[in-house]
Design a protein around this ligand. Structure first.
Ligand SMILES: Cc1cc2nc3c(=O)[nH]c(=O)nc-3n(C[C@H](O)[C@H](O)[C@H](O)COP(=O)(O)OP(=O)(O)OC[C@H]3O[C@@H](n4cnc5c(N)ncnc54)[C@H](O)[C@@H]3O)c2cc1C
Ligand code: FES
Length: 509
């Protein structure tokens, strides 16, 4: 496997080149959608269909992050998501979550059936082995049935070693997510929506008739701004402090054995997502997900990936890795998504976040809810589901725990700098965070090129850590990531790591 195939998603490898629309600094639009992932493109499409003037901007290009890097399951059976939500919320919210996802799935099924989107219909499974996981799955069964999902409890599946309990839901969808992104992009353009790439939004401030957004290409004024950016890029809603950025790997393997028909997710450790796909070039590939971690908080990422390879070799003898990539998504403290105003004082800025690796149906639900909010309409499931996750946060204990973890990471970051230990790893990409005078500096050599940048994350000052698996600087506080030369990749940071001044050679080492 070449290093580039190692890091690019299977779906993006065959993407069509993206041609950005033209951008005039100072232009005015009705709705500015920031982020051209599934949430932003679906929302733009719905608003444009309703006659709104819409402009979409993206820091990278459509589908560049989670949307083009996901597994591609458009499923209403989502591991044990309902029982996770039920730990914090009453049953009416769980039902609203199912209704939201059903509405999102229905919208997408209608869309993909009438466009050139590559998909297949198949059963989805959640699997449990241990008594604790079986209990969760039993609860999931009760909650799902009560919400109208025709779940079945089964004992035997194609993954014969996963003995215990399985839930099955028939007629779910697997799709090529990049093919969906491209169909949405085509739809947006046909409706007159301009989609601009390489344009990062850095600030939004109120104006008499709307908002002024600052971007790296200049100013845009709009009546409404929608942040469909994974985690909201504006800090003043505090959303970054109310959840985690979770990153996991996906690996596509060639296998000599027969294809797996179902789409599987195991609840026990090691947690694995397993399915066979032929949605890229017709050759069946086994797709295995695993090695989940909170962004920037584990150094041994490459070991976890080896563990995924070992697990796959054990259960699918002869499997050979063809591509491997990583993607990240954001969860909220109460495990349910939030779609609505940035905070109660900012009703003209709307956000969508917290899909917790289930953002395909949720992105379409968010699009429907956002379009309804822009038009002052009500959707009953949206009202019940999202109303409860506004500001202030309900789950204060969990919030305290999460922020303690962030504080501990801050302290670890400082210790890392003071220890100035060499983070270099077996691949030979030397990387080090050290003190230069009083400044923490991140230094690495990649492909023979030396880089030296500030180690202080421009979001809220976390000290970045080297991610050996992906050759990036990752912030352990709220999940921002940067290229070796400091260029922002993703997360709530709105700018790059700043360049570090040249080293003072007269200084003591
Ligand atoms: C490993 C993995 C597997 C997954 N598998 C599935 C699955 O099988 N089924 C499922 O339902 N979900 C899955 N998901 C979740 C799903 O991929 C995401 O929830 C969904 O794609 C989120 O879409 P989005 O549009 O909200 O965000 P994104 O796709 O992340 O898009 C956000 C966009 O905003 C842009 N952006 C960010 N900040 C700025 C800024 N300041 N200015 C301008 N642009 C900005 C980014 O460049 C990006 O293009 C998975 C997630 C992961 C990580
Ligand atoms: S992402 Fe918040 S401090 Fe780095």
């Amino acid at each position: 496997m070449s290093e580039s195939a190692m890091s690019e998603s299977l779906w993006r490898q065959s993407r069509l080149p993206f041609e950005s629309g033209s951008f005039q600094p100072g232009e005015r639009t009705g709705v500015l959608v920031v982020g051209a992932g599934l949430t932003g493109l679906i929302t733009a499409c719905l608003l444009a269909r309703a006659g709104d003037q819409v402009l979409v901007i993206d820091a990278l290009y459509p589908g560049a992050l989670a949307s083009g890097g996901s597994t591609g399951k458009l499923s209403l059976l989502q591991g044990a998501r309902l029982s996770d939500i039920a730990r914090h919320q009453p049953e009416e919210v769980v039902r609203a979550y199912v209704d939201a996802n059903r509405a999102g799935q229905n919208w997408l099924v209608t869309f993909i059936r009438s466009r050139a989107v590559r998909f297949s219909e198949r059963p989805a499974y959640s699997l449990a082995r241990s008594p604790a996981a079986i209990d969760r799955l039993e609860h999931e069964y009760i909650l799902g049935r009560a919400a109208g999902l025709p779940l079945q409890r089964v004992r035997e599946t194609e993954l014969a070693w996963e003995r215990g309990l399985a839930l099955r839901l028939d007629a779910q969808i697997h799709l090529n997510p990049m093919s969906l992104v491209q169909a949405l992009l085509a739809e947006c353009r046909a409706l007159g929506v301009r989609v601009i790439g390489d344009c990062t939004a850095t600030a939004v401030s109120p104006r008499p008739n709307g908002y002024s957004a600052q971007t790296t290409r200049g100013e845009v004024t709009a009546e409404r701004v929608i942040a469909a950016t994974g985690t909201p890029f504006l800090s003043r809603g505090g959303h970054f402090a109310r959840g985690d950025a979770q990153r996991s790997s996906l690996t596509a393997y060639s296998t000599p054995g027969s294809a797996v028909e179902g789409m599987y997710l195991t609840l026990d450790e090691p947690r694995r997502s397993v399915l066979t796909t032929d949605l890229v070039d017709g050759e069946p590939l086994l797709l295995v997900g695993g090695a989940a971690k909170v962004v920037g908080r584990e150094q041994a990422a490459s070991e976890s990936v080896e563990a995924v390879d070992d697990w796959t070799a054990e259960h699918f003898p002869g499997a050979t890795p063809r591509s491997r990539w990583w993607a990240q998504d954001y969860s909220t403290l109460d495990d349910a998504p939030y779609v609505g105003p940035l905070h109660p004082g900012e009703r003209g800025i709307l956000v969508a976040t917290g899909f917790a690796k289930w953002g395909i149906a949720n992105a379409a639900a968010a699009g429907l809810a956002l379009a309804a909010l822009v038009h002052g309409e009500g959707l009953s499931w949206a009202h019940t589901l999202y109303r409860r996750r506004g500001w202030p946060p309900r789950n204060i204990t969990q919030m305290a725990r999460t922020n303690l973890a962030v504080a501990a990471e801050s302290a670890r970051g400082v210790a890392r700098v003071l220890g100035a230990h060499d983070d270099s790893t077996p691949s030979g990409h030397a990387a080090l965070v050290e003190l230069d005078g009083v400044r923490p500096v991140a230094r690495c050599t990649v492909g023979g090129v030396d880089h030296r940048v500030s180690a202080v994350c421009p979001h809220l000052g976390g000290i970045v850590a080297w991610n050996e698996a992906e050759l990036s600087w990752d912030c352990p506080l709220h999940g921002s990531r940067f290229a070796p030369d400091g260029t922002r990749i993703e997360g709530p940071a709105r700018g790059d790591l700043t360049a570090a001044p040249p080293r003072d050679e007269n200084q003591q080492p």
